[in-house]
Structure formats: C-alpha cells, structure tokens
Write a protein that binds this ligand. Sequence first.
Ligand code: DC
Length: 226
Amino acid sequence: MAEQVRAGTFVVAVDGPSGSGKSTVSRHLATATGARYLDTGAMYRAVTWAVLRAGVDPHDTDGVTKVAADVILTIGTDPATPHVRADGVAVDAEIRGSEVTSAVSAVAAVPAVRELLVAEQRALIAAHAPIVVEGRDIGSVVAPDADLKVYLTASAETRARRRSAETAADVAATAEDLARRDRLDSTRTADPLQQSADAVELDTTALGIDEVVNRLRDLLSARVAG
Ligand code: DC
C-alpha cells in the first residue's frame, strides 16, 4: 500500500482545531508516505513573532499587514526536522510561547496577511509535493484540489490535555485558551476554520497515532491509485 502512495505526487490537506492531533498525525503521515510536511500554523505564528518584535499592536491591521509583507519567512518541509526562520532568526521555540499564542488569532484574522501566506503556501506546495499540509483552511482555500482532505477532531478535554502536556501549562487554563482561539478562528470573516464537504472526518479522542496514520495512509493509497 505505502509504495503506491510513494510513487505519485499528491497533496494531503489536514485541518482541524488546536489539539486535534494535526501536527503529530501530519508529520507521521508524511514520514510514512515519503512526503514533505508543511505546518502553516507555524507561518502565522512566525509573522506574529515579527509583529510583536516590531512593537506593533496585533489588532492594528495596517501595521500587521506591513510587517507581514516585509518579513522573510523560511520554512523547512522535512517532517523529521520542522523549522521556521523569520528574517533569518530561528524562532521555533518563541513561536510556541504564550505571547505569540495569545496574539496569533488576531494576526491570522487579517485578510491581507492570509492573502500573503496563502500565496506562499501554494508556492511551497507546488515546489515540494508530494506533501502533507496542516492548518485551518487547507482543504477549503489553500489546496481545494487536494487528493485527500482530512478534518481531525477530538473532545475538548482531550485537546486541552494534549496541549498542556506539550506546554507544561495548567489543563484548565489551556482549555480556556483553546476555547478562546477556537472561537476566534471559527468566527473570523476571512477563511475561518471550516470542514470541507469532501473532507474525511476523524475523531482522534480514542485513537492511537498509528491507528490514525494507518487509516489515512490506506485512504490516500486508494485515492492516488484510483
Ligand atoms: O495550528 P496552530 O495552533 O499552530 O495555529 C496557530 C494559529 O494560526 C491558530 O490560531 C489559527 C491560525 N491558522 C490559520 O488561521 N490558518 C492556518 N492555515 C493555520 C493556522
């Protein structure tokens, strides 16, 4: 099965809310199928880091747009070593910190920022496919022709538990922060988090990583072979 997948060029779109397992599943699926991996959330986070570094208010649409237009992002697509640079600075640790996490939804809601990043994401996909791409609007906006679209979910409690294990933050505070970001990401006007009608929905609450990845690899093999 996996050989069939490896033989072709394909795009897999993985969308879903924070803590649904997108990053882990996407990286493992990319590794299992010999594909590249693109974390689009890291791009929104890196722009947010640049906005904060410039002393710009994340709600100042014009200021944010200017920073986004000027910053040079470099993002790795090897699933074994994901990394992102903003103006040559490695920002992998900083973009996961609480300052960036609190501000990123506001930055990601600016239509001009999305336009710039969606264009960059499409160029990266064209240059690096076969590729697994994770985000919020991949199946609906960035890659509407993806060979496989996946929408991952998990219970609110599971998502908060997973995120707090990663960040060492308190579970209750993490749950609150996830609910706040879900609300902002799903209700914004520009490209909100949404499930494409043709996406396969998978609830990962009670599934192990290997189970999810094997299921998706089989689905992808069938699509690419078909
Ligand atoms: O997946 P993440 O938590 O690293 O994403 C960070 C933020 O970026 C999140 O609040 C939603 C936003 N985002 C987005 O709007 N569109 C994407 N394709 C990816 C992320």
